[in-house]
Design a protein around this ligand. Structure first.
Ligand code: PLP
Length: 411
C-alpha cells in the first residue's frame, strides 16, 4: 500500500501536518533558505555561491570560522596526513573501538589549554552541552540548575533533559542570580550555567562576580566558551583565560568547530568529574567518536593559536575598524564589546530583504538573524569580520550596506 493509500485508508493526513508546519513558517516570514556555498581554501573569506543562474564569487561576512583556521595550511596538513595514515572514520564508539591516539592527544591539549586536570571530547559543542549538563546534573542528587536567560539552545536542552529543578536568572544580572541562590536550600547541590561571550550581542559575562557567588553559596560553575576559545586569552583559552578566571570556573565548555575551524565539542574540568561523565553520559557513550583526522586537525589549530598572537590581534583590529567604518556610514551598529558586529534591522522581512540584496546585488553574504534566534523586533545582520577581511573589503561592505539601506527604506 503506497503512502497516499495508507493516509486515506486510516484517515490520517500526514502530508497536512508537514505542509501546515511549513506554511506557518512562510506566513511568519521565518522560512529559511540556506545559501549553497563553496568555500575556497587559501582564499578565505572568498567563496563560490551556487545560485540559480550559476556559480558566482562572493565574500562571506558571517562565518563562525572566526580566524580562518579551517583553511590554515597547518590544520589542513594535519588532517590530510592523519587521514592518509589512519583512514577516515573512527570505527565505532570509544567503548567498542577504543580511542584513536589523536583523540587522546587532543584531550591532553584541551586540558592544558584551560589548566584543568582532564578534558572530554564529544561529536559537537551541541552534544557536549546537552549530554554534559544533563549528566552532571543527574550525578548530583537533587541538583538545582541556575541558567542565564540567554543561554544557547544546547544548554537549554541539557537543562531540560536533566529533569531536575531549574531557575532562570536575568541575562548577566548577578543581583538576580544572588537572589535565587539565597532563596535556595543551602544543602542542595547547585550548578550555575552561563556563556562567557554571547554571540548575538557580543557581550561578556561578569565571570569573577559569578564565581564569587558560587563560592559564597557553594555552587559549581559551568561556562560555555564556544565563541571565545582560540580568540581571547594569551593562549586562546577564552574569556576565562583573559580575565584570569579559568581556575575559578569548575567546568569550561568549548567547540572545535568555530575558531578552531574543525568539528567537535568538549569540556575540561577535574579528573573525577570527567571520568564520571565519560562513564554515564549517553550522548558520549552511544555515538561514534570523532574521526582521527579531525582530532589531529583540531590539535594543530589549538597548538598554533596557543603560541601565535597574530590572528587574535588582527581579528580585534578588523572588528574595531569595521565598527568604526559602519558608524561613520551612520549604519545602526549595535553596541558590542567583542568581535561580533551586529547591525540592527528590527523587522524580519526587511532583514531577509537586506540580506538577499547584499548577496544578489553586491556579492556579499550575511545571513539574516530573525526570531527565534533573537527576540522579535531585534532582527539584525550579524557581521563577523576575520583577520582576512582587509580594508578594501570593509569599505566595499559599508558602501553596499548604505545602498541596501536606502533601497529597503531602512536608512
Ligand atoms: C554554536 C554553539 C554551540 C554548539 O557548538 P557546535 O560545535 O556548533 O555544536 C554551543 N554553544 C553556543 C553558545 C554556540 O553558539
Amino acid at each position: 500500500m503506497n503512502f497516499q493509500a495508507r493516509q486515506k485508508r486510516f484517515g490520517l493526513d500526514y502530508d497536512a501536518c508537514f505542509d501546515r508546519a511549513l506554511a506557518q513558517l512562510h506566513d511568519e516570514r521565518r522560512y529559511r533558505v540556506f545559501a549553497d556555498l563553496e568555500r575556497l581554501a587559501g582564499r578565505f573569506p572568498h567563496a563560490i555561491w551556487h545560485c540559480p543562474q550559476g556559480p558566482r564569487e562572493v565574500v562571506i561576512w558571517c562565518s563562525n570560522d572566526y580566524l580562518g583556521m579551517a583553511q590554515h595550511p597547518k590544520v589542513v596538513g594535519a588532517l590530510v596526513d592523519a587521514a592518509t595514515r589512519m583512514g577516515t572514520g573512527a570505527g565505532g564508539t570509544r567503548n567498542i573501538a577504543g580511542t584513536n591516539h589523536p583523540l587522546i592527544e587532543l584531550e591532553h591539549e584541551l586540558a592544558s589549554l584551560h589548566g584543568k586536570e582532564a578534558a572530554l571530547v564529544f561529536t559537537s559543542g551541541y552534544v557536549s552541552n546537552e549530554t554534559g549538563i544533563s549528566t552532571i546534573a543527574k550525578l548530583l542528587p537533587n541538583c538545582l540548575l541556575l541558567s542565564d536567560a540567554l543561554n544557547h539552545n544546547s544548554m537549554i536542552e541539557g537543562v531540560r533533559k536533566a529533569g531536575t529543578d531549574k531557575v532562570i536568572w536575568r541575562h548577566n544580572d548577578v543581583g538576580h542570580l544572588e537572589q535565587l541562590l539565597r532563596a535556595a536550600d543551602p544543602d542542595r547541590p547547585k550548578l550555575i550555567l552561563c556563556e562567557s561571550l554571547y554571540s548575538m550581542d557580543g557581550d561578556v559575562a561578569p565571570l569573577h562576580k559569578i564565581c564569587d557567588l558560587a563560592e559564597r553559596y557553594g555552587a559549581l560553575t559551568y561556562v560555555d566558551e564556544v565563541h571565545a576559545v582560540g580568540m581571547y586569552g594569551a593562549h586562546g583559552g577564552g574569556i576565562t583565560e583573559r580575565d584570569g578566571a579559568a581556575s575559578r570556573v569548575d567546568i569550561i565548555e568549548g567547540t572545535l568547530a568555530k575558531a578552531f575551524g574543525c568539528l567537535g565539542g568538549y569540556f575540561a574540568a577535574k579528573a573525577n568529574l570527567i571520568d564520571a561523565v565519560r562513564s554515564y553520559a549517553p550522548g558520549f557513550i552511544f555515538t561514534t567518536a570523532l574521526p582521527p583526522a579531525i582530532c589531529a586537525a583540531a590539535t594543530a589549530a589549538i597548538r598554533h593559536l596557543k603560541t601565535s598572537q597574530w590572528e587574535r590581534d588582527r581579528h580585534q583590529d578588523r572588528a574595531a575598524r569595521l565598527k568604526s567604518v559602519l558608524h561613520t556610514a551612520r549604519l545602526p551598529v549595535m553596541p558590542s564589546d567583542t568581535h561580533i558586529v551586529p547591525v540592527h534591522v528590527g523587522d524580519p522581512e526587511k532583514c531577509k530583504q537586506a540580506s538577499d540584496l547584499l548577496l544578489t546585488e553586491h556579492g556579499i553574504y550575511i545571513q539574516p538573524i530573525n526570531y527565534p534566534t533573537v527576540p522579535r523586533g531585534q532582527e539584525r545582520l550579524r557581521i563577523t569580520p576575520s583577520p582576512y577581511h582587509d580594508d578594501a573589503l570593509i569599505d566595499r561592505l559599508a558602501e553596499a550596506m548604505i545602498e541596501v539601506w536606502k533601497r529597503t527604506g531602512l536608512a
